[in-house]
Design a protein around this ligand. Structure first.
Ligand code: ADE
Length: 225
């Protein structure tokens, strides 16, 4: 899978994909993440990519021309399944969307800044808008990093234990059960005995029950879905 990210602050995205699982995914050739500095497509030598908004009001708007040129340049080499704009007014990102996106071949993510991007880019290029939550970040880069991470780890072969993503929280609209490691007793705090039974059926039953209880307690909204 290839993900091209268009940003005015590529430096913000240097680190998130250079370590741990995202690095491994790229080293294995399963994921390719490329950032593109929008200023390459600036409208003048001053690197201008934004301007005042029509109608007045505080805050700059990212210009059509650099964004359209950036997208069309990328499209010369690649057919994209999705052109995503990360924005706080989009539908909220969740595990189901991550699953859907992990099945795509090529994706562009546009990171906004300031007041956002000219609406005409959203109308004519963007195929999907995504918010990562009901709060406003100073730019779309961290949202893009969240999406790439959540999607990248789902690609077949990325996680060592292929089955482990299947048991993540949210995969069945249930939270993952609590986990324990050695020692079995720490300061008198005991690991639940079913987990020590060595019987996979007993373990599975305990985990499923624990997931249900936890979801009911912490995220009852998931049970309704
Ligand atoms: N850009 C700024 N805030 C954002 C958010 N919450 N989600 C996605 N993109 C954003």
């Amino acid at each position: 899978m290839k993900i091209d990210i268009i940003t005015v602050v590529p430096e913000l995205l240097e680190s998130p994909f250079s370590h741990s699982i995202m690095k491994r995914a790229q080293d294995k050739g399963l994921l390719q993440v490329k950032t593109h500095n929008l200023r390459q497509w600036a409208i003048n030598q001053h690197g201008q990519v934004d301007d005042y908004q029509y109608g007045g009001g505080a805050g700059m708007v990212m210009l059509c021309e650099p964004l359209a040129n950036a997208i069309e340049t990328l499209q010369k080499d690649t057919v994209y399944d999705e052109i995503i704009y990360v924005t706080p007014d989009g539908p909220q990102f969740n595990q189901q969307m991550a699953n859907q996106l992990s099945m795509k071949e090529n994706i562009i993510i546009i990171c906004g800044h300031y007041k956002g991007i000219d609406q005409r880019i959203r109308d004519h290029f963007v195929t999907r808008e995504i918010s990562i939550g009901d709060y406003v970040l100073s730019g779309g880069e961290l949202a893009a990093a969240v999406i790439v991470d959540a999607v990248g780890r789902l690609l077949p072969g990325v996680l060592n234990d292929e089955t482990s993503a299947l048991f993540d929280s949210f995969q069945d609209n249930l939270l993952a059960p609590p986990v324990y490691t050695r020692p079995a007793s720490f300061r008198g705090w005991e690991v639940p005995t079913p987990l020590l039974s060595g019987n996979p059926k007993i373990v599975d039953e305990w985990r499923y029950e624990a997931s249900l209880r936890l979801t009911e307690l912490k995220r009852p909204d998931l049970m309704k879905e």
